[in-house]
Design a protein around this ligand. Structure first.
Ligand code: ATP
Ligand code: MG
Ligand code: MG
Ligand code: MG
Length: 462
């Protein structure tokens, strides 16, 4: 007989029908005559209660039914007398797929700290919290594809191995095919990394944007959604060494259109979560962050404040607040500054635009003032920067002048500059950090807790 997922069975009426459920034991309790097994199969927070009439089962088999064991239960779906759930399964046959020694199984009935669970990341999804987080992660990934597909964007796959350092967005991981025991040396005797990738330097991508722009300038509107790598040794709760980024890139979009898309996109994703992940969000709200659902609704129902960087800095300076990093015109905002603007001053998300050109990447379109660029960062409560984007410089002369001014290697960027020589067009795009989005949607405080296998300077094992 086909087994149904527990989420589905819990929705169905008690029909006394024969059912099969498969899952992992969360708890087992009972008395001399009957045992109650809470079975979870990963499909929802709720467990299926399996009722076992002890007289009908082999004692030896039941001894092996411990927390963590994996079972198949054949039985009948009946109305439950227990509070809080409509149905339960009266067991007729139990098969144990895998036992779990209670002496060594790390997940016991008591709650575990997030730090403890981080050390056993491979088992975390067996807990209610991480079950909920990874189901929300899945739903958000699906919603992202749905949003862009419905809007006529194409999903473009950009390379992970690349010779371009994009924008100096972050330190890069070198990729090497060299024999580490026999590294080539420069004339000065240092290791010659310029030979890294079959004779040329190469690294893991920090952003798919430059390649994405080429996509936009031919397919019109595209998005990327893939892993990115930054060798930043910053042990903050908002940075990972490997994270996922969504990067839409649109021909014929100016900064205004870019801002509109970013706001619409974020609101779509939040609405999607509220409508489709209700049980998991309510669980997260109850367990970890009792302002979560209210905050999601708040952001959904308020227009994002659009503001010039220059005005933002004025507000920060006039605030009288003692920031850890003092801020003046020209400084790159830290999350404490971003959060002040959002949480305390405007009390809603902010889109900060027109940043000084010296703190932004070379490809951003310059404003007439010669000092600022058409950049936009979307700043969220609890997170700070969730999106970074801009209108791109479409003019060949201006772009190549900027490349020279910054002392960048024009030869390495020939393919990128070529797009401005042949049929260039105004275009814009942005990058949304997938895990930053998930921090916001789940209410979690540490980015290591919204990705199944966090890669940080301290963890690359599993
Ligand atoms: P930050 O200022 O927070 O370091 P950034 O300006 O370096 O971010 P961008 O290069 O603009 O980041 O990348 C686009 C988006 O990717 C960011 O807005 C953020 O959501 C996300 N992001 C950037 N770096 C990381 C990271 N190390 N881990 C997780 N997400 C990141
Ligand atoms: Mg950064
Ligand atoms: Mg930034
Ligand atoms: Mg940025």
């Amino acid at each position: 007989m086909k087994s149904l997922r527990i989420a589905e069975l819990l929705q169905s009426p008690a029909t006394d029908a024969e059912v099969v459920v498969k899952g992992w034991v969360r708890t087992k309790r009972g008395n001399k005559n009957v045992a109650f097994i809470a079975l979870n199969d990963g499909s929802c927070v709720a467990n299926m209660q399996v009722v076992v009439d002890l007289a009908k089962f082999d004692e030896e088999l039941l001894r092996k039914v411990t927390t963590g064991a994996c079972l198949r239960v054949d039985g009948r779906l009946v109305a439950s007398c227990g509070a809080g759930q409509g149905v339960e399964v009266q067991a007729e046959k139990i098969e144990i797929y895998g036992t779990a020694d209670p002496e060594t199984y790390p997940l016991q009935k008591k709650g575990h700290s997030l730090e403890f669970l981080r050390d056993i990341a491979y088992l975390r999804p067996r807990t209610n919290t991480f079950g909920a987080i990874f189901r929300i992660r899945h739903a958000m990934a699906y919603a992202i594809h749905k949003y862009f597909n419905d809007k006529g964007f194409y999903y473009l796959h950009t390379p992970l191995i690349t010779a371009s350092d994009c924008e100096g967005a972050g330190a890069m991981f070198q990729v090497t095919t060299l024999d580490l025991n026999n590294l080539p040396k420069t004339e000065e005797g240092a290791v010659d990394y310029s030979q890294d990738f079959f004779g040329r330097p190469c690294s893991l991508t920090v952003s798919g944007q430059l390649e994405g722009e080429l996509g936009a300038l031919s397919l019109g509107q595209i998005y990327t959604f893939g892993p990115t790598f930054r060798a930043e040794n910053s042990n903050t709760p908002r940075h990972l060494s490997e994270f996922w980024m969504i990067e839409p890139e649109m021909a014929f979009y100016e900064l205004e259109d870019n801002m509109e898309l970013a706001e619409d996109f974020l609101k779509y994703l939040i609405r999607y979560a509220l409508e489709n992940c209700r049980e998991d969000l309510e669980f997260m709200n109850k367990m970890w962050d009792n302002g979560l659902i209210e905050r999601l609704n708040f952001v959904l129902n308020h227009e994002f404040k659009r503001l010039d960087y220059t005005e933002g800095v004025e507000i920060l300076k006039a605030s009288g607040r003692k920031f850890e990093f003092p801020c003046d015109w020209g400084c790159d905002l830290q999350s404490e500054h971003e959060r002040y603007l959002v949480e305390e001053h405007f009390k809603r998300p902010v889109i900060l635009i027109n940043y000084p050109k010296q703190i932004k990447a070379f490809y951003m379109k310059q404003n007439e003032d010669g000092k600022t660029v058409r950049a936009m960062d979307v700043l969220f409560p609890k997170i700070g920067e969730i999106i970074g984007g801009s209108e791109r410089e479409a003019d060949y002369e201006k772009l190549s002048a900027r490349v020279h001014e910054l002392g960048m290697n024009e030869k390495e960027l020939w393919w990128y500059l070529d797009t401005r020589r042949w049929g260039s067009a105004p275009h814009s795009g942005f990058g949304l950090g997938f895990e930053r989005l998930l921090l916001f949607v789940t209410g979690m405080g540490n980015i290591r807790d919204v990705i199944p296998f966090p890669r940080t300077p301290k963890n690359a094992e599993f």
